[in-house]
Design a protein around this ligand. Structure first.
Ligand code: PEP
Length: 239
């Protein structure tokens, strides 16, 4: 069983998300009927404006972001009350685009983690280094990744970690199999049983070999998951 997650980022409308979900449900149902070993855990993170009632049986719908509050005065944000309206109990925290573009600090990521883990949310927590840190060498990369785990309770049972090197995200070129193996092997020593995903230019053509690596429990996919046919191909190639 692998975990396959799709991050829509700022793509898709409510209408196109709904038709994506319906097609996905159909595809997975057919696959399960044909192949008993199709047992992936699948999560979809649409934009906030396209959150849907979570009535699909074969995958989870999660939010790309939420503010650690029940409700309140946090203009532009949504809190627990808004997630609850759609039955959302899965959340992405610490994506590099929020850390880099929106300047979310480690302490704020940890605050979000604390708030939503106390509520039992399934948390997909992202870590990953920039090109600048990569150039400083392996030791610097590992220290940086450790710093992104500060304040995160690694005994929390509903946690999934995604290692997503920023330099591979959206570049079309994933980290090499050797690079992924090296970092995952190191992280696994610290993370124990916590599932560890790889993210960064995963596509239908490379998903099989990435998933075959030891220490890779799944993938978090951006651009190659936005077209339903490409995402289904990723699922197909993940068997
Ligand atoms: C991401 O941003 O989480 C991601 C993995 O993007 P892409 O697959 O496009 O590299």
């Amino acid at each position: 069983m692998k975990i396959i997650a799709s991050n829509f980022k700022t793509n898709h409308t409510r209408k196109s998300t709904l038709s994506f979900c319906e097609e996905l449900e159909k595809f997975i149902t057919q696959k399960k009927a044909q192949n008993q070993s199709f047992a992936h855990q699948i999560a979809l993170f649409p934009p906030q404006s396209a959150l849907l009632d979570n009535h699909f049986k074969s995958f989870q719908i999660g939010a790309q972001n939420a503010y650690p509050t029940q409700n309140g005065s946090y203009t532009g944000e949504i809190g627990l009350e808004q997630l609850a309206e759609f039955g959302i109990q899965t959340l992405l925290i610490g994506h590099s685009e929020r850390r880099e573009i929106l300047k979310e600090s480690q302490s704020f990521c940890a605050e979000k983690f604390k708030f939503f883990s106390n509520l039992g949310f399934k948390i997909y927590y992202c870590i990953g280094e920039s090109q600048t840190i990569k150039q400083q060498g392996n030791k610097a990369v590992l220290e940086f990744l450790e710093s992104q785990l500060e304040g995160i309770d690694l005994n929390y049972s509903n946690l999934v970690i995604a290692y997503e090197p920023i330099w591979a995200i959206g570049s079309g070129v994933s980290a090499t199999l050797e690079e992924i193996t090296q970092i995952h092997t190191h992280l696994k020593q610290k993370l124990g049983k916590i599932p560890l995903l790889y993210g960064g230019s995963v596509k239908p053509q490379n998903v099989r070999e990435i998933l075959s690596l030891e220490g890779v429990d799944g993938v978090l996919v951006g651009s190659a998951s936005w077209e339903i046919s490409s995402f289904c191909q990723i699922l197909e190639n993940s068997l």
